[in-house]
Every structure is written in structure tokens, then in C-alpha cells.
Design a protein around this ligand. Structure first.
Ligand code: SAM
Length: 287
């Protein structure tokens, strides 16, 4: 097996295929040998798992996933990489590559078709520019995924896993918590990548849970996004402009939901947003 955490072997493989890593595609490849085995172990807790990987790059994480999972399907956007992956994953019969954009393709169809009878996890060292949309796509559109283990920028990891009602929380914190139990597993220094990015990273795990009941899910997400749309403002001000509802109509709704008119969205817990959604649906009608 090619040792992709050996900088010399990785550089030789890439240059033999004429590949210069692309900043635009977020191509910072992992070269720290301890990281990928840990990620794979977290994503695959036992036997009978299939793993969907986003952005395999040269295959350093993919190799570790293939050693542990029944089946690994990886989606890679860069059309220069399939010949590289054919070399680095030679001999793994449980590996399949799809050349496509993970954000634009039907991932649910892939899961249905490729992982029948298996528990499904998603694992990725995510390109930073698709972090939030990809996480939300996995959580909201792929209910069959039980677990996700992602490497993301440290700041994103801290926001996603922020304690409820803390200063670090944002719309993504509440949205992720609606679908899953998030956990920041470990930090990874910038020196663990080739080339090193400007910031440190961290590995997070999202374990799917049953979504809490809410009568109007679309309204819930409008309220979460709208609430956080102007971070320094109060919930009342942000929501009023985001929903296009006058403060005079919104104030009694907040009061009925037990929320102070001065409250800021970062001080709110998931249950506060859910309660507010129910009262808003009842009192504001179609908005
Ligand atoms: N998994 C490898 C590793 O850990 O070294 C590579 C990780 S690198 C941070 C991100 C990878 O995602 C790159 O290979 C990049 O080409 C790929 N990528 C970027 N955007 C993508 C997209 N929209 N869909 C699928 N893959 C994408």
C-alpha cells in the first residue's frame, strides 16, 4: 500500500500524474499518520458498516476506511484524481469511486443503491468552502446516515459543537443539534496537511438522533436563520426584518413563548426556537 502520509511518496505520486494541488478545491491533503486511523475508527464502530466519503483526494483516509468498512463509496470532484486513486487503492475490492460534485448529486440514491443492508456513515476531510452546505445536506437529506465524522476548520468545529445558549453558537449550531448530537473529538494542527492551511482544524462527530417534533419545519429553519441574520441585534429586531413581521405583532409572540424582548439568539437553546416556532405558527398565520 502506498504510504500517503509520507510526504515524499505523496509528492512523487502527484507529480507523476502532473497534479498541482488546487487551492480553489480546498486541496490540503492529510500527512499526519495518526489522524486518518482515528477518524476511520470513529466513523466505523463495528462490523456491517458502509461509508460514503466526500473528497478522497489521493486516498489517505480512504485507505483507512477500506481497511475497516464493508464498503466505501467516495465522491471526488477533481477529474485528475481517479488515476491516482486507482493506484493508492489498488487491491481494495470494497472501494468504488464516483466522479462528481457531492453538493449537486443525488447522494440519497447512492446510499440506497450501494449500501443495502449496511449501517451507513459519512466520513470526510471536508474542503472548507463546502463545510456548512455539505453538513446540512447530509443531515437534512440523508436520513439513512447514522453517523458523520468530519474534519473541518477549528473555528467551524467550535461553532458547530458550541454548547447551547453559549456566545459561540450560531444558526448552524441550532440546525445541527436539531438533527444530531455533535461532539468535538480532537484538534489537528495545520502542520498535519500538505500544503499547510492558515488555520488549525478539528475532527467532529455527528450522531443522528430522532428530530424533535415541530409542526412547521420550514418555519423553524426560517426563524433560526432569521434570528441569527444580524448577530449583534436582539432576536426581536433580527426576526422582524427577516420575516417581514412588524415588532408590534412579534412582541406578544415572543412573550407567549416565554422569551424576553431583549434576548439575543445566541442565548437561546434549541427548545426555545422550537417553542417560538409553535407560537409563531399559531399566532402569525401564513408569513
Ligand atoms: N481526503 C483527502 C485527505 O484527507 O487528504 C483530501 C481532502 S481535501 C481537504 C478535499 C477534497 O475534496 C479534495 O480532493 C477536493 O478535490 C475534493 N472536493 C472539493 N470540492 C468537492 C465537491 N464539491 N465534491 C466532491 N469533492 C470535492
Amino acid at each position: 500500500m502506498i504510504n500517503l502520509t509520507n510526504q515524499g511518496e505523496l509528492s512523487e505520486l502527484l507529480s507523476r500524474h502532473g497534479i498541482i494541488l488546487s487551492k480553489g478545491l480546498g486541496q490540503n491533503f492529510l500527512i499526519n499518520p495518526s489522524v486518518c486511523p482515528r477518524m476511520a475508527e470513529e466513523a466505523i464502530p463495528g462490523e456491517g458498516w458502509g461509508v460514503l466519503e466526500i473528497g478522497p483526494g489521493a486516498g489517505v483516509l480512504t485507505q483507512q476506511l477500506c481497511l475497516r468498512a464493508e464498503k466505501v463509496v467516495a465522491v471526488e470532484l477533481d477529474s485528475r484524481l481517479p488515476p491516482v486513486l486507482a493506484e493508492s487503492l489498488a487491491g481494495f475490492e470494497n472501494f468504488e469511486l464516483i466522479s462528481s460534485d457531492a453538493l449537486k448529486m443525488d447522494l440519497e440514491g447512492v446510499i440506497r443503491e450501494k449500501f443495502q443492508g449496511l449501517s451507513v456513515a459519512v466520513c470526510a476531510n471536508l474542503p472548507y468552502y463546502i463545510t456548512s452546505p455539505l453538513i446540512m445536506k447530509v443531515l437534512s437529506e440523508l436520513p439513512g446516515v447514522k453517523k458523520a465524522v468530519f474534519m473541518v476548520q477549528l473555528e467551524a468545529a467550535q461553532r458547530i459543537c458550541a454548547p447551547e445558549g453559549s456566545r459561540e453558537s450560531g444558526a448552524i449550531t441550532v440546525a445541527v443539534r436539531y438533527y444530531s448530537n455533535p461532539e468535538l473529538l480532537f484538534r489537528v494542527s495545520r502542520g498535519s496537511f500538505l500544503p499547510p492551511p492558515n488555520v488549525d482544524s478539528a475532527v467532529i462527530s455527528l450522531t443522528r438522533r430522532e428530530t424533535p417534533p415541530v409542526s412547521d419545519e420550514a418555519l423553524f429553519f426560517r426563524i433560526v436563520r432569521g434570528g441569527f441574520s444580524q448577530r449583534r441585534k436582539t432576536l426581536l429586531n433580527s426576526l422582524s426584518s427577516a420575516l417581514g413581521v412588524g415588532k408590534d405583532r412579534l412582541l406578544p409572540v415572543l412573550e407567549e413563548a416565554g422569551l424576553s424582548p431583549q434576548i439575543r439568539p445566541e442565548a437561546m437553546k434549541l427548545e426555545d426556537f422550537l417553542r417560538l416556532t409553535e407560537v409563531a405558527a399559531l399566532r402569525l398565520g401564513k408569513i
